[in-house]
Design a protein around this ligand. Structure first.
Ligand code: FES
Ligand code: FES
Length: 206
């Protein structure tokens, strides 16, 4: 070993063998990282087509992409919020094929071929949806972070049960958390909307 080092110094004057070894090690490490990232890039993308608020959106996405990220980061609809990403808070609630789902627990590929309604699709042009008006009128929000999810969850309730009792409203919204308004105003807002919404609006489907 020693002889090897000596012969190295003799044939490569001015180049330190241990420095060279360290540099080679670093280079190998970089190569491993690069190969890993190539492998990740090579994850086969899947084509998904989802009709969102009446508009078809087709993209190639990684199979692991969550629906909420598809909506926010790929399509740019940031009205759907992300709170916990663990299916607890309900901030990410949207309608998928007429069922309220927490979009942080659904993969974009699972929604392929489906129809999604987000908060952006609820109003008709300049006119707010009656549920949006009701939240406004009854002070059903403060910071508004939970509001899109609350409204979509309430939307499903009113589609299924146009005249819910207070208890039924509380039950329907128990998967949606609000950290600042207090729930009474939110319940009031849903009751307010239920009284004012024509049947047609309750059954609005995209
Ligand atoms: Fe989806 Fe909280 S972000 S449930
Ligand atoms: Fe702030 Fe509900 S209005 S979290």
């Amino acid at each position: 070993m020693r002889r090897k080092a000596e012969s190295w110094s003799a044939t490569n004057p001015g180049v330190d063998l241990s420095t060279l070894k360290q540099a080679t090690k670093k280079l190998d490490h970089c190569r491993v990282i690069k190969i890993r990232s190539w492998k990740m890039d090579a994850v086969a993308k899947k084509k998904v087509s989802i009709r969102i608020n009446g508009v078809e959106h087709s993209r190639d996405v990684e199979p692991r992409l969550l629906l909420v990220h598809f909506l926010r980061d790929v399509v740019g609809l940031t009205g759907t919020h992300i709170g916990c990403e663990t299916s607890i808070c309900g901030a990410c609630t949207v309608m998928l094929n007429n069922t309220a789902v927490k979009s942080c627990t659904v993969l974009a590929v699972q929604a392929n071929g489906g129809e999604v309604l987000t908060i952006e699709g609820l109003a008709e042009e300049e006119k707010l949806h009656p549920l949006q008006e009701a939240f406004w009128e009854c002070h059903g929000l403060q910071c508004g972070f939970c509001t899109p999810g609350m409204i979509l969850a309430a939307h499903q309730l009113l589609m299924r049960n146009p005249q819910p009792t207070e208890e039924q409203i509380r039950h329907a919204l128990d998967g949606n958390l609000c950290r600042c308004t207090g729930y009474q105003h939110i319940v009031d807002a849903v009751q307010y909307a239920a009284k004012r919404m024509p049947r047609k609006a309750k059954a609005k489907r995209r």
